[in-house]
Ligand binder design. Sequence first.
Ligand code: ADP
Ligand code: MG
Length: 345
Amino acid sequence: MQDATIRVLPTGTVNQIAAGEVVERPASVVKELVENAVDAGAGLVRVEVTSDRRQVTGVRVVDDGIGMGRADAVLAFKEHATSKIREIEDLDRLHTLGFRGEALASIASVAEVTIVTKPRDRGVIAGIRVRVRGGGEPEVAEVGAPDGTSVEVRDLFFNTPARRKFLKSLHTELAHIHGVVEKTALAHPEVAFRLLHNGRERIATHAADDLRETAGALFGTDLTRALVPAGGGNRFVRVGGFVARPSHTRADQYQIFLSVNGRPVYSAGIVRAIKEGYGTLLPANRFPVAFLALTTDQGLVDANVHPTKRQVRFTHEREVYEAVTDAVRTALHGEDLLVGEREAE
Ligand code: ADP
Ligand code: MG
């Protein structure tokens, strides 16, 4: 065995490599933490970002969700440790955004992560603080804490300088973070979201469980006045949400928002299906404004295509596209478009 050159990598190294897939930039950290907060049943998710003049220096996500007891707060940092699935079949009945059990382990392998948490509804008085830096041993302490969880990430990529070099300007990184909070808020109108940068509020949505209201909080009431409800579906998918009257087109896809079973996704196929629903109402080279929430049986959609879960695969792609096109077409034709435009003025 002495001449063996193959080595099984130590866990820390494995996690750092995995982090390369999940944790690309500060916004990926925000995405993972915000998803965990939603999965924990939070009613309010507060994202606090700090930066100096050049870069993001810290991210903290605070939720009022179920929280964790001492044992779970330590286990949460272990790779492939999750409370969300137990076996592969659970993916077919998944109702959480997370399931890979690798986000916290990955992030903590390339940053310093501090969790402060206290379980809700368990009569526990003290909270727990667990800190892990660069995949090291967890440091555990009892602390006073409100119900719920806060996760703070500092010194991102301190031990992976190559990754740090690829970070873009502060402006770009902040824009990505803004986008993540925006998308998650739109996918979960039943949850209130706040985004603060150096103490200044950038996003504030309410938990109204109304996609139109969340879109209004993000993009203004001029836009929401132009939205008409779009609904429909077939055996494979339910389509809900809003599309804007053709008076509100854009040169880009920035305000085409899609979620599938509460997960914000991008799908070129669905964007095409939406455009087809507008048909000739849409000027050439313009994009519509649309906020659509799709729901399917979990067995008909696969979110496990990519570690970041931004893409999904449908078992019945064509039928899903047809349902979207129909919903959009019906929404626009059901409206008296001219009256609508006058009202919008
Ligand atoms: P996953 O979300 O895929 O399960 P993570 O590494 O993101 O993996 O989280 C690991 C576990 O830690 C979760 O399954 C959950 O039990 C717990 N956890 C993480 N964040 C929170 C939170 N904000 N509130 C309650 N529990 C959490
Ligand atoms: Mg997670």
